[in-house]
Design a protein around this ligand. Structure first.
Ligand code: GCU
Length: 446
């Protein structure tokens, strides 16, 4: 197959997957409603026009830049170790205060604020099964996190989660994946090699799958429903309200609340993993909630770990468009006009830095196979520029500023990075992630 076409297909596959559950008619109506809400947000921001983003199709006349020599060097990357008033961050205590400044910028301008009045979530195990996954005996729990909607009964919100742990041990590490609600009529890709679930069970660890779209839809049309809609009582968002990524991260934190009550899980050894838009959700979860011990962030690209100021692959203009703006707070739209990405008060390296000093594995495919849209080097640079914060806190960050060639894995510091040889997937990186996590998760009893 022609390489450009392959690339395009690999990028579109997940977008297609998340839409495949809807009929054409539903899709049209979702697009229409998303457009309408997007227009409303632009109006509230006083914006008439946005700069259009480049195309993800490498053969289109307006294709996104995929030429390193044209990736304009950004001039204004905010320094995570300098306070807004210009003074330097020199100690762990200073960093706590600086982290709060950075968090405030991400809240207001990029991911949005989590409202204070969120109702409680009541977890219920709806089914428990003793079963085998591969050759491993496990206990599998199906859970629902029911959100108290007594303040606005028109909207029901249930968080769907499954937890699978080894049958004979308690208190195990668990890696939670942001998972796709795979429609039954779309064939699942066949797993290559040992499925990741079995790789974890082989270590004596467990896994969980959280379905983000069970509590917040992946489109602008759904913003008046789900947990965002429930808290807003069906009304449109305020300009600094949370976007879908933060809502998904909120759900992951509620799942961790449940794990704290379940003896099968060691709540101090819980990791979060996701790919693509769910890779973005995974880094947001990991950055904001310090209870997560490790992160496995797959091809998160723009809006995840890639430097947003870098003109290469997907751009802020794409993220701010009606197909993706819902991931962010409405305020973010203004960086696609009248403001520019260089005006952002923070960038992706500071999101990674918010997680410091906890270990994080940044995963990408081979740009020749996965496509340049994801911008593997941009994600590498996000990690490089987060490193000084890890170092201030006494840990090794990325360990190098040289972009690794030949798929060399960087696994020695607290920020691991590996481009595998495949496309838009984390699958080939699971063994590397597990090796990396073992450094932190293996106890003397193991
Ligand atoms: C699109 C989008 C990306 C996103 C990806 C995905 O390609 O532009 O930002 O990560 O979909 O989730 O598959």
């Amino acid at each position: 197959m022609n390489k450009a076409l392959f690339t395009l297909i690999s990028i579109l596959l997940i977008t297609f997957q998340s839409f495949a559950q809807f009929s054409q008619q539903d899709r049209d109506s979702i697009n229409q409603l998303s457009n309408k809400d997007h227009q409303l947000m632009m109006k509230k921001l006083g914006i008439n026009e946005l700069r259009p983003g480049p195309s993800g199709n490498p053969e289109a006349p307006n294709a996104a830049n995929a030429d390193e020599s044209k990736a304009s060097p950004y001039t204004s990357l905010p320094n995570p170790l300098v306070f807004k008033d210009g003074s330097k961050v020199e100690s762990t205590q200073d960093w706590e205060r600086r982290r709060a400044e950075i968090k405030e910028d991400f809240d207001r301008e990029i991911y949005g604020r989590v409202p204070e009045n969120i109702p409680d979530v009541h977890w219920k195990v709806i089914r428990t099964k003793d079963t085998l996954i591969g050759e491993y005996p496990v206990i599998q729990k199906e859970l629902i996190g029911r959100v108290d909607n007594s303040a606005y009964p028109e909207i029901d919100v249930d968080i769907e989660l499954t937890l699978t742990t080894p049958a004979t041990t308690e208190h195990v590490p668990v890696i939670m994946e942001f998972g796709w609600n795979w429609p039954s009529h779309v064939p699942r890709p066949a797993p290559e090699g040992t499925p990741w679930q079995e790789q974890l069970l082989e270590k004596g660890w467990g896994y969980a799958i959280l379905i983000p779209t069970s509590f917040q839809a992946d489109n602008g049309a759904g913003l008046r429903e789900g947990i965002i809609g429930l808290v807003n009582k069906g009304q449109p968002r305020k300009l600094d309200d949370w976007g879908t990524l933060r809502a998904w991260a909120w759900g992951a934190s509620r799942a961790l609340d449940y794990f704290e009550t379940d003896r099968d899980v060691d709540e101090d050894r819980v990791g979060i993993e996701g790919l693509s838009r769910y890779g973005k959700a995974a880094i947001v979860t990991f950055a904001y909630d310090p209870r997560f011990a490790i992160g496995f962030i797959g091809s998160s690209g723009a809006g995840g770990t890639k430097i947003l100021r870098r003109e290469y692959g997907e751009q802020v203009e794409n993220l701010a468009s009606s197909g993706e703006y819902h991931w962010f707070t409405p305020n973010f739209i203004k960086y696609a006009g009248p403001l520019t990405p260089n005006d952002l008060p923070v960038d992706a390296h500071q999101l990674i830095a918010m997680a410091a000093p906890r270990p994080v594995f940044i995963s990408s495919g081979d740009p020749e196979v996965e496509g340049k849209w994801i911008d593997a080097k941009g994600m590498f640079l996000g990690s490089v520029h987060a490193t000084p914060v890890y170092e201030l806190l006494g840990k090794g960050g990325m360990g190098t500023k040289e972009y690794p060639l030949e798929h060399k894995a960087l696994l020695d510091g607290e920020i691991a990075f590996r481009e595998h040889r495949g496309g838009h997937t984390v699958v080939p990186n699971w063994p590397y992630f597990i090796e990396f996590a073992s450094k932190y998760f293996t106890t003397e009893e193991d």
